[in-house]
Write a protein that binds this ligand. Structure first.
Ligand SMILES: *[C@@H]1O[C@H](CO)[C@@H](O)[C@H](O)[C@H]1NC(C)=O
Ligand SMILES: *[C@@H]1O[C@H](CO)[C@@H](O)[C@H](O)[C@H]1NC(C)=O
Ligand SMILES: *[C@@H]1O[C@H](CO)[C@@H](O)[C@H](O)[C@H]1NC(C)=O
Ligand SMILES: *[C@@H]1O[C@H](CO)[C@@H](O)[C@H](O)[C@H]1NC(C)=O
Ligand SMILES: *[C@@H]1O[C@H](CO)[C@@H](O)[C@H](O)[C@H]1NC(C)=O
Length: 281
């Protein structure tokens, strides 16, 4: 694998103001709760790290207690060790409406590196916006950080603070995620599309860290359009990538993007409007 293309940027990334704040060590139970597979969930290090396990009986999942209307969602994840074909580990935002909004990171299990990270955006129940990246490191050996910035201007997906995907709010030229969403994380077997799981290689264990929530939280469910910031709101005003991030973004896409719905002629004869803007960055 080409793995060192980003090394020149690390010095900059360390001092990147956007990520310098937040990231307090808070216990899982402050903002999150287990949703399913309780017996396959383990809390570690006083609740600052959790493990989701998948075997042939169950997977497991958790979600944020509250709905959120925007935020800078940053989680450290270590996916199951090798031979995890068919196993999908996720961290995503999702609304509970019938025509839901969703912003996804999905790690596709594999019988060894390289590993694919799929991203997708749903608006009002419509998805089909996958972009898949072949990661430049092995996500099963160490924790790496996976971040979603979602504000009124843009959705940005970051891997280790490197922007890999931007989905702009184009007003009424296209649709944009605006519904209150929860953060969710799961491990499950996606054998229909990710391949057969070899259960004798299990159990498969994913770990998550970073349960601080830097977001605008809906605190009164009767007022789902009103939210309160849990911390600072600097991220809420970020409209564009800065120059260094644009350079990183271009490297990420040139070398590691290997499926893009925008260029999939079997899906769309004309690229959807959001693709035009993205290509210009
Ligand atoms: C993963 O693969 C590496 C290299 O093939 C091997 O050394 C390691 O033991 C494997 N880990 C597990 C948990 O099977
Ligand atoms: C499109 O957006 C503009 C500006 O926000 C607004 O004035 C206009 O009513 C919108 N048009 C439609 C069809 O929603
Ligand atoms: C599943 O894993 C077992 C144990 O490592 C191995 O012996 C077997 O060949 C694997 N099965 C398949 C279908 O790869
Ligand atoms: C689940 O896996 C275990 C251990 O590999 C095996 O003994 C058991 O028969 C499996 N159960 C089912 C329902 O496949
Ligand atoms: C929540 O919103 C409802 C509807 O506006 C209001 O009646 C109620 O007082 C609010 N509750 C709190 C705790 O603010």
């Amino acid at each position: 694998m080409e793995s060192y293309l980003f090394s020149g940027f690390l010095g900059f990334v360390m001092v990147n103001m956007l990520f310098a704040s937040g990231r307090r060590l808070v216990p899982f139970s402050q903002y999150y709760k287990i949703t399913w597979g309780k017996s396959h969930f383990t809390s570690l290090d006083g609740g600052t790290r959790v493990q989701l396990k998948l075997d042939n009986r169950s997977g497991s999942g958790f979600e944020s207690k509250s709905h959120l209307l925007s935020g800078l969602f940053d989680m450290k994840v270590k996916i199951p060790e090798n031979k995890s074909q068919g196993v999908v580990t996720t961290i995503y935002l999702i609304s509970k409406e019938a025509h839901h909004d969703e912003i996804d990171f999905e790690f596709i299990g594999s019988n060894g590196p390289p590993f694919d990270l799929s991203t997708n955006v749903f608006t009002k129940g419509v998805g089909g916006r996958e972009q898949k990246f072949r990661l430049w490191f092995d996500p099963s050996t160490d924790f790496h950080s996976y971040t979603i910035l979602w504000n009124q201007y843009q959705v940005v997906f970051f891997v280790d603070d490197i922007p890999i995907r931007v989905f702009k709010n184009l007003g009424n030229k296209t649709s944009y995620p605006t519904q209150g969403m929860k953060v969710e994380a799961t491990i499950w077997a996606a054998e229909e599309w990710a391949g057969k799981v070899n259960w004798s290689k299990g159990p498969f264990k994913a770990q998550y860290q970073g349960f601080d929530l830097d977001a605008c939280i809906v605190s009164n469910v009767s007022n789902p359009r009103i939210c309160n910031y849990t911390g600072g709101d600097a991220w809420a005003r970020i409209q564009d990538l800065n120059a260094e991030q644009v350079a990183q973004y271009q490297i990420a896409r040139r070398h590691y993007l290997h499926y893009d719905y925008c260029t999939d002629k079997t899906r769309y004869a004309q690229p959807p409007p959001e693709c035009q803007v993205q290509i210009k960055i």
